[in-house]
Design a protein around this ligand. Structure first.
Ligand SMILES: [Ca+2]
Ligand SMILES: [Ca+2]
Ligand SMILES: [Ca+2]
Ligand SMILES: [Ca+2]
Length: 403
């Protein structure tokens, strides 16, 4: 057994694979020539070295998958199960709780086997801090119907108790209309009908008449992810509604999509999204950014229970016309969508909802007993938009002549 420390950062893992591969195949060739010479002891020693290198290669392959979030080599994320020539590579990827995981890599060939075990810590590097105006924040008009309940009070992370006054129930750049038996609460006030004026924030023009950055202009920046006045800061003193989900989170445009692609949660069809939820036991994958790059999710079948940890669902197109319709089921996290129409009976969203469409379609919330509840603790535990991993090798083992 031998102990050592090692850190792998983005970009280096692939290099390790290449180097290990070169070493491995170089030695394989050498071992082949030794084998031909008939020295059994030498062959055993060479197989031993090859097995150790192969275990390192398998570990590097697993780490590359974990770091990118992409199952590049098949078999599941962080799991390698391959055979090349007389060598088989195998890894397991075991959660230890929190940010810690253990990767066990083993390799075996004709005369030897070897293993290496690493503990890795995944550290978020692009954290998302999102503090919306309300449980539902929209650009377009909002109408609540049916028996939907919108609550901007601050719920705990399991949706079982209220821990603070929270935010508005609904904030809109346009009008807010409440009909049917729908109830809205927020800022410490329980959902009620008729809806108290204090829980609503209609016709918010998204400028504060404050010179937030102390330069010569007030509210001079379009909320667009661009440094419009070339002062080196982006969106430092904004006017208008954020132009996209990325912009609303203060991320460079394209970040959410890129991260979803890296995590394998970028979907171009309804069928692919529904299949992913089904494959996850009927629950929305937790701790992920799900990017829905298609125009309509109908019906929007979320999970049978809350996903945990919270996730982000992005449903947005450049025209601002992506459309969630007949939502039901449970979701914990943040939904960033262009439009929604009808949150049906059992629909339960814990976290926040923000929409980006401005046209007169959609943004009709409610068709039953659905509820949307604001939760600051859910929003502080949203998935990161990027991460690095640090790696600590905790053990190495090798066995000669035991395969
Ligand atoms: Ca200013
Ligand atoms: Ca301002
Ligand atoms: Ca700007
Ligand atoms: Ca600027």
């Amino acid at each position: 057994m031998r102990h050592s420390n090692r850190h792998a950062e983005r970009g280096t893992v692939m290099l390790i694979v290449v180097l290990m591969g070169a070493l491995f195949f170089g030695l394989a060739t050498f071992a082949g020539s030794m084998a031909q010479s008939g020295h059994e002891t030498a062959r055993r020693e060479q197989d031993n070295v090859r097995a150790r290198l192969a275990a390192d290669v398998a570990l590097s392959m697993a780490l590359e998958e974990i770091q990118t979030g992409v199952d590049t080599y098949g078999g599941g994320l962080g799991v390698i199960n391959q055979t090349t020539g007389d060598t088989s590579f195998l890894t397991t990827y075991v959660p230890l709780g929190g940010n810690l995981y253990q990767v066990n890599a083993t390799a075996r060939n004709t005369r030897a086997r070897a293993g290496v075990t690493a503990v890795i810590q995944q550290t978020p590097t692009v954290t998302i801090n999102f503090s919306p105006r309300a449980a539902i924040t929209t650009k377009g008009a909002v109408t609540t119907t049916g028996s939907i309940e919108v609550d901007g009070r601050d719920w705990n992370s399991t949706g079982t108790s209220i821990v603070g006054p929270g935010k508005f129930g609904i904030s809109s750049m346009s009008t807010i209309t409440n009909s049917g038996n729908s109830k809205v609460g927020g800022v410490g006030i329980a959902p009620a009908k008729p809806v108290p004026a204090a829980v609503k924030d209609p016709n918010n023009i998204w400028k504060d008449n404050i010179n937030n950055d102390g330069d010569g202009a007030t509210d001079e920046e379009a909320y667009d992810g661009i440094d419009n006045d070339n002062d080196g800061q982006t969106d430092e003193d904004t006017t208008g509604y954020p132009t996209s989900p990325d912009v609303s989170l203060g991320l460079p445009v394209g970040t959410l999509k890129a991260q979803a692609i890296a995590q394998g949660t970028y979907f171009t069809t309804e069928a692919a999204l529904n299949a992913a939820i089904a494959a996850n036991g009927g629950v929305v994958p937790g701790g992920k950014i799900l990017y829905l790059d298609f125009d309509q999710w109908l019906p929007s079948n979320m999970g049978s229970v809350y996903n945990d940890p919270p996730s982000i669902i992005v449903h947005h197109n450049t025209a601002g016309t992506a459309y969630l319709k007949n939502m039901h089921g449970s979701f914990k996290g943040l939904i960033l969508a262009d439009f929604v129409e009808h949150l049906n009976g059992d629909c339960s969203i814990l976290g926040a909802f923000m929409s980006f469409g401005s046209q007169a379609i959609g943004n009709t919330f409610g068709n039953g007993n659905a509820h949307i509840r604001f939760s600051s603790s859910v929003l502080t535990n949203l998935p990161s938009a990027g991460s690095t991993i640090s790696v600590r090798i905790v053990s190495r083992g090798r066995t000669v002549g035991a395969t």
